[in-house]
Structures are given as C-alpha cells and as structure tokens.
Design a protein around this ligand. Structure first.
Ligand code: NAD
Ligand code: MG
Length: 381
C-alpha cells in the first residue's frame, strides 16, 4: 500500500536523502507535506517535483517570499504554529523527523498523539523528552523507528530476539576528526577542521557534535529510551571505518552486528519500509576493499561531552534537557566563532551544575527548562 510521508526538515541532509529514497520507490511512498526553516531556494524544486499538499516555512519572511514565488498550487504555512498544524492535521502515514535540535519536539509529539509511525532522525527530541514520548507512544500506539544509523542497526539486530536475552548494546562511533588529537590540542581547532567529518556528510550541528563526541552521548540517551535499557547496558566503542553501525551482545555472549557502507539512505529506507526490506541501487559493501575493521576505547577525559551525557542520563529528569539546550547554544557559539571548541563541555557542565533538575517532567516543564538553560548558557558565551 502507498504510504504518505510528512518530512520535518526536508532541506537538510536527512531530508534530502529521504526524498531520494521516496523518489526511488514512487509506487511505495509519496510526500504529503514538507517543512523547513529558511532555504526556500531548495524547497521550491522539492515542491515542484513531489507536489505536497502543504509546506511549512518556519521563518516568516522566507514563507512570504515563497508565497510570492510559487508557480503551483500548494498551501504555505509559517512559524512553529505551522509545524504543529501540519503534524496535527495533514493526511500522512509516516512522520520523518529530520529537523535539528529541540525545535522538532512539538510537531513530533503531535504525530505521536495521532498514533503515526515516527521515523526518527531528530535524536534531540528523545534526549529532551524520552520518558514523555515513549509513554505517549505506548498510550497512542505510535511506533518510533530509528533513522539514526546506530539505532537502526540495533533495531535490526533485535528483530526476532527477546528483550530479556539482551546483555548490552554496543554503539559504534567513528571518533570524528579529532580522534587522534591530544586533549590540549582541542583548544585551538578551527570550525573548518571540526566540520571535516571523516566518514559522513551531515548538517553542521551534528557534525560538531560528532567532533566533540556529544553526538555519541546524545545517542546513548536516545538508545536508553528506544530500547528501554539502563545506561550500564549501553556501551560505546570507537570504530573509525563506520562499517559496523552498532551491535547487540546477548546473554550467551553471542554478538549480532549490522554492517553497510555509510549511507543514511539505508536506515531511512528501512524506517519507512519496516518490517519489509526494499531493493535499491545504493552502493554495496566491498569487504576486500575495506580490508580492516578496528576498535578503540573512547577517551572520556579528552571528550568530556560523552562523560557529561552519561552523567545526565544517570541524573535523569530534566538533566538531559539541560545537557541538550546548553550544547545547542555552545555549538552555535563555536560555529559563529565566539567560543573555543574546548569551551563546549565547560558551558554544559556549568549548566548541569547550576540548573535545578526536575524528575519525570511534563511538556511544560521541559519547555521551561530548555528556555532557562538557553538563557543561562547564552550568558556564558
Ligand atoms: P541539517 O542541518 O542538514 O537540516 C536540518 C533541517 O531542519 C533543515 O531542513 C532545516 O530547514 C530544518 N530546521 C532546522 N532548524 C529548524 C527550526 N528551528 N524550525 C524548523 N525547521 C528547522 O541537519 P541534518 O544533518 O539533516 O540532521 C537532522 C537531524 O537528524 C538531527 O537531529 C541530527 O542529529 C539527526 N541525524 C542526522 C544524520 C545525518 O547523517 N545528517 C545522521 C543521524 C542523525
Ligand atoms: Mg548516529
């Protein structure tokens, strides 16, 4: 049956890859709505090609420019209200969450409340509101299928297995561009160096998170909520080739892994087509060319962000929300040249130490905590 997809963040790296997957399977998927922040130059050709019933441009002036430049009939909404409206009212089967950061939370919750399938790339929503979203997911019968490659790998390894027979999850991390640098050298790295990820081409925010290993920290928290395991059962191993996307160890010591070339279209397609697999023409793994797969312990003294994320997970409540908001502000500060790379964990640590933690937060508490943390972190930039 044809599935209609609403894409939150269609002009980003995941959004563009998602449209490529949809384009390759025109008999299986169509686009119901697209949402973006500002890049209408990228959105216009997407509208012309995929003919959504609705688009949302969060930025008001960009939305106005789009209305003036559209040659085909398509409803245009703007603002956060528009995002929430699309998720709450459009006709669709799958919400592909590919916005970046906290901003994806509200529309995702609307989709969960309608019992939709959530193909989730936007890991920050689970980091800040994992407890709430998974609870709503159970209540409204909404399945959350990960798009993040590590979690997609684990999801695939768990098919046909019993939860009580899982010993631990092993998330792989490439190590990022600074894997071989000494701790002291992280003071002087440039934005350009931090954006030069060895294996993946992604949006700026997640690329910086990959360089600081915060991305892996966020993924540990994401895994906690997706798979319902305590942090003691979620390990991280550095695997510079990014061929093994993650692994699951079972109680008998057997380990299952999912492998493939680093291409996000694979986990995106899996999240759209699950439980089926679909044929495609994406590049396939050439093991003889890869030659070796290597593994290293992560250095949490050098990459403090990973340690801070484990600490926030232990603290629970709004601690992961504080971690995320302070990180979003610090990453923006680094990208804009206002702080050194090594100051990112310093700001997050101060926010975690200072801002009060609330247990089992509801949505209002999470929104308030996010606001308060941003204000606090912005004063440290
Ligand atoms: P990106 O920066 O390339 O794209 C972000 C998209 O979200 C754009 O379409 C942008 O217009 C939209 N957006 C950003 N801020 C917005 C706002 N405030 N309101 C409305 N729309 C907004 O990001 P990306 O690399 O595609 O990553 C998207 C999400 O997927 C992130 O949460 C990231 O952690 C996750 N993810 C990405 C990859 C990857 O390979 N890129 C892999 C795994 C997970
Ligand atoms: Mg990932």
């Amino acid at each position: 049956m044809m599935k209609k997809v609403l894409i939150l963040g269609s002009t980003g790296s995941i959004g563009i890859n998602t449209l490529d997957v949809i384009k390759k399977h025109p008999d299986k998927f169509s686009v119901s709505a697209l949402t973006i922040n500002t890049r209408i130059d990228l959105l216009i050709p997407q509208i012309n090609e995929f003919k959504p019933e609705l688009v949302v441009v969060t930025n008001e002036s960009a939305a106005e420019r789009l209305r003036e430049n559209l040659s085909i009939n398509c409803k245009v909404l703007s603002g956060v209200k528009g995002l929430v409206y699309a998720a709450a009212n459009c006709e669709y089967d799958i919400l592909l969450g590919a916005m970046v950061g906290f901003a994806g939370l509200l529309p995702t919750i609307e989709a969960v409340k309608r019992g939709k399938r959530i193909a989730l790339a936007n890991k920050e929503t689970l980091v800040v509101a994992g407890e709430l979203i998974t609870k709503l997911g159970r209540e409204y019968n909404s399945e959350i299928i990960p798009v993040d490659s590590e979690h997609s790998a684990i999801y695939q390894c768990l098919v046909g297995e019993k939860a009580e027979e899982v010993e631990k999850l092993i998330l792989t991390a490439s190590g990022g561009p600074f894997f071989k640098k000494q701790k002291g050298e992280l003071n002087n790295v440039t934005v350009k160096e931090a954006l030069a990820h060895p294996n993946w081409k992604m949006g700026d925010k997640i690329t910086i998170d990959s360089a600081s290993l915060m991305n892996k920290g966020l993924e540990v928290i994401e895994a906690r909520w997706l798979f319902g395991l305590p942090k003691e059962k979620i390990d991280v191993v550095i695997h510079p080739q990014s061929i093994i996307h993650s692994m699951v160890e079972f109680i008998d010591g057997s380990v299952k892994a999912q492998l493939g070339v680093p291409d996000m279209r694979l986990p995106i397609q899996y999240a759209l087509s699950f439980p089926k697999r679909l044929e495609n023409d994406f590049p396939k793994t050439d093991f003889a060319a890869i030659k070796e797969l290597t593994f290293f312990e992560p250095d949490m003294e050098k990459f403090q962000c990973l340690k801070l994320a484990y600490n926030a997970l232990t603290a629970e409540g709004t601690a992961p929300c504080i971690l995320n908001a302070a990180n979003e502000v610090a990453v923006k500060g680094f990208l804009e040249g206002d702080i050194a790379f090594s100051k990112i964990p310093v700001i997050i640590d101060k926010a975690l130490e200072t801002i009060e933690n609330h247990t089992s937060p509801n949505l209002e508490t999470i929104i308030e905590c996010d606001k308060m943390t941003r204000k606090f972190a912005e004063e440290l930039i």
